[in-house]
Design a protein around this ligand. Structure first.
Ligand code: SF4
Length: 689
């Protein structure tokens, strides 16, 4: 028994699912995962995990894993050596670049992969291929939240940590469902609400788990959050409750902004949002009574035509009420993927080098050029929405995508698939033969987090290390290693022995990561950026100054953009989001037996009123049609949704297909994030019983 016991290996890792960033030990014997063991020392979660972190790992040993490079010949894929596959990519990308210019190439990065891998991918795009056409999946979810914060307070991230959320007097959750999407954080909120008398307001179309227990659940008409947020801000100021000293000393453009609120009267807000004046006043009073207010939000806010503006309105409200720079207060966009924060932080964006340093700034770009020994393209590149449009227009001809299921998660996917087919050359790097991979010319087999070293950054800007548990399966390789091999095929001389050297380089070039090193991230240690050269990190932002040259925040005037209307025949509003057990397109959770056994199928939530009207019940089969496509799905009648509002989980199943067959190509006007949450559909009954 002792012998057997000694083969058990314990390795600290970080969860590969949501942005909460739980860390724990994984106990293994050879390739067998014995258990997930949380530790009180884990900085975010302590001894807690959720179902995905605990049971969602068997995908790493799935028979469906890609283990060899594949090259397309006609309609079929054939196994190839790494040398053949990488040589082909080098040759094709070089030819296309020489013929059409570097901006005929597009690069899509991964929010599931590490900071170091994202750093290296943007270096590959910029330094080797000379294009800034690079983006990541935050364009589908969180870029409007980041932008709303960048333009008001300067940093596109949570202003404090989850400890601040738990210690706050008042939590306002807008368009987010932490109980299913960020479960360990939701548990903290529930505990604080129950034991510490924390007050909770939830604004959501659905009566989700947190809404059920909230002191106040409001149900604004779809797409009207900016209006009630602005009306509450105006009422607050009209009462003279604003934090005058804070506004006078720490904020720019206050007078201009206050004037712009004139139209957001309680009467106007009641009419547009459907929330009564009394309730709006109550929200303002609750903020006034609290010592600190945290506002949490997610895709219910961001995935709209006015997603950036609504995120800005949230930040404006927090500024007017003096809720930045103190414990238990602030702005908390809730990141979806494990590393959606880090992918953007480390530069896989068309406008920014790592550490949010503008590519157009000559001084900054020169610093990178000197370090990398090559000239870099100056003009901002295309984001992933624009890349799809440019493929459709014949301008982008080749694309390299890693760890991203763009063929399911982008909106209006029939249109996106059409674009994939127009590409002259398409490289997909993943752990599975994804939907997107079916359109590829070369598929490269990558390694998941348990098979490599690296760091992830969670929603609170916390950088944590994960460690290799076992060797990559078959011939698969870590993503960073693949990028290095390809760069070297193209004449570079990259010699990173392991990801710690990549992090050292990123830290040297980005002031906000200056003090980040693997040495400072050993065991359960973590760092919340910005990190000073001496290793001092910043769990709470804006204590003394905001992230602008003059140290002052900016109140930004915003107006309401009414939601998209598909036309009268589309008479139902379709909302979408996650369920607890599954994750995004489901590529990992459907390959994890325990989870797919528990929740094999997805359901369309229909209100009892609508079920009566259409004479359907739980189990009926319906077809939903939008102007862009249709899906078939089974009905679940529940009072979680109201009236003519439907809710469909966004995870995809074979039977149903993807929710994004229904979504449009319309998007937030500032960031181009699709308006996934502004979907109208019609419903036909296929089987009543
Ligand atoms: Fe993983 Fe998020 Fe669950 Fe934590 S809450 S275990 S990070 S999925």
């Amino acid at each position: 028994a002792a012998m057997r016991e000694s083969r058990i290996k314990r390795t600290k890792t970080v969860c590969t699912y949501c942005g909460v960033g739980c860390s724990f030990e994984v106990w293994t014997k050879d390739r067998e995962i014995l258990k997930i063991q949380p530790s009180p020392e884990a900085p975010v979660n302590g001894i807690s995990t959720c179902v995905k972190g605990k049971f969602g790992w068997s995908f790493v040993n799935s028979k469906e894993r890609l283990t060899k490079p594949l090259i397309r010949k006609g309609e079929k894929f054939f196994e190839a050596t790494w040398d053949e596959a990488l040589s082909l990519i080098a040759e094709k990308f070089t030819d296309i670049k020489e013929e059409n210019g570097p901006d005929a190439l597009g690069f899509i990065a991964s929010s599931k992969c590490s900071n170091e891998e994202n750093y290296l991918f943007q270096k590959l795009a910029r330094a080797i291929f000379k294009t800034n056409n690079i983006d990541n999946c935050s364009r589908y979810c969180q870029t409007p939240a980041s932008m709303g914060l960048i333009r008001t307070v300067g940093i596109g991230g949570d202003s404090g940590t989850m400890k601040d959320i738990a210690s706050s007097d008042l939590i306002i959750v807008v368009g987010a469902n932490p109980a299913e999407s960020h479960p360990v954080l939701a548990t903290r909120i529930k505990r604080a609400h129950k034991l510490a008398d924390q007050k909770l307001i939830v604004a959501d179309l659905r009566k989700n788990d947190l809404a059920e227990r909230a002191d106040l659940h409001i149900h604004p008409k779809p797409g009207t959050d900016l209006v009630w947020l602005s009306a509450v801000t105006k009422y607050f100021i009209d009462q003279g409750w604003e934090d005058r000293e804070f506004l006078n000393t720490r904020v720019n453009h206050a007078d201009e902004y206050i004037q712009s609120l004139e139209k957001f009267t309680l009467d106007y807000a009641e009419e547009v949002t459907g929330i009564s004046k009394k309730t709006l006043i109550r929200i303002a009073e609750m903020i006034h009574d609290a010592n600190g207010t945290c506002i949490l939000w997610a895709m219910g806010v961001t995935q709209h035509l006015g997603g950036t503006d609504t995120s800005t309105a949230i930040s404006n409200l927090l500024l007017v009420t003096g809720n930045f720079g103190k414990p238990g207060a602030g702005a908390y966009p809730l990141r979806g993927h494990n590393n959606v924060q880090g992918a953007s932080d480390f530069g896989t964006m068309p406008t920014w080098l790592p550490g949010y340093q503008p590519i157009e700034n000559d001084e900054i770009r020169t610093r990178f050029e000197q370090a990398w020994g090559t000239e870099l393209p100056k003009n901002p590149g295309l984001n992933n929405h624009q890349i799809v449009e440019a493929i459709q227009a014949g301008k982008v001809k080749a694309m390299y995508l890693f760890g991203e299921e763009m063929g399911l998660v982008d909106s209006n996917i029939n249109y996106v698939h059409e674009a994939f087919e127009k590409l002259d050359f398409f490289v997909v790097q993943d752990i599975f033969f994804s939907k997107t991979a079916q359109f590829a010319d070369v598929i490269l087999p990558a390694a998941p987090s348990l098979e490599k070293d690296g760091t992830f950054t969670n929603t609170e800007r916390r950088i944590q290390r994960f460690n290799k548990v076992f060797e990559p399966l078959g011939d698969s390789k870590p993503d960073w290693f693949i990028f290095q091999e390809l760069a070297n095929k193209l004449g570079a001389d990259w010699t990173y022995k392991d990801p710690s050297e990549i992090m050292d380089e990123a830290a040297k070039l980005s002031p906000v990561f200056a003090g980040v090193s693997y040495k400072r991230l050993e065991n359960w240690e973590s760092l919340v950026w910005p990190v000073a050269p001496d290793g001092t990190d910043t769990p709470l932002l804006y204590k003394e100054k905001f992230h602008f040259p003059d140290g002052k925040a900016r109140l930004i005037t915003v107006d309401w953009t009414p939601p998209f209307e598909a036309g009268e025949e589309y008479d139902l509003h379709l909302n979408n989001g996650r369920i607890l057990e599954h994750f995004h397109e489901g590529n990992m959770t459907y390959q994890s037996e325990g989870i797919s056994y528990k929740v094999p199928e997805l359901w369309l939530e229909v209100s009892p009123e609508l079920a009566d009207e259409r004479n359907i019940k739980s189990g009926s089969l319906v077809r939903l049609t939008s102007p862009y496509g249709h899906v078939k799905v089974k009905v679940w009648v529940t009072d979680q949704v109201k009236g003519k509002e439907l809710y469909l989980p966004m995870h995809t199943t074979e039977g149903m297909g993807a929710v994004n067959k229904l979504t449009s190509s319309y998007h937030d006007k500032i960031t181009h994030t699709p308006n996934y949450k502004e979907m109208q559909v019609k419903m036909e009954v296929l089987e009543r019983d």
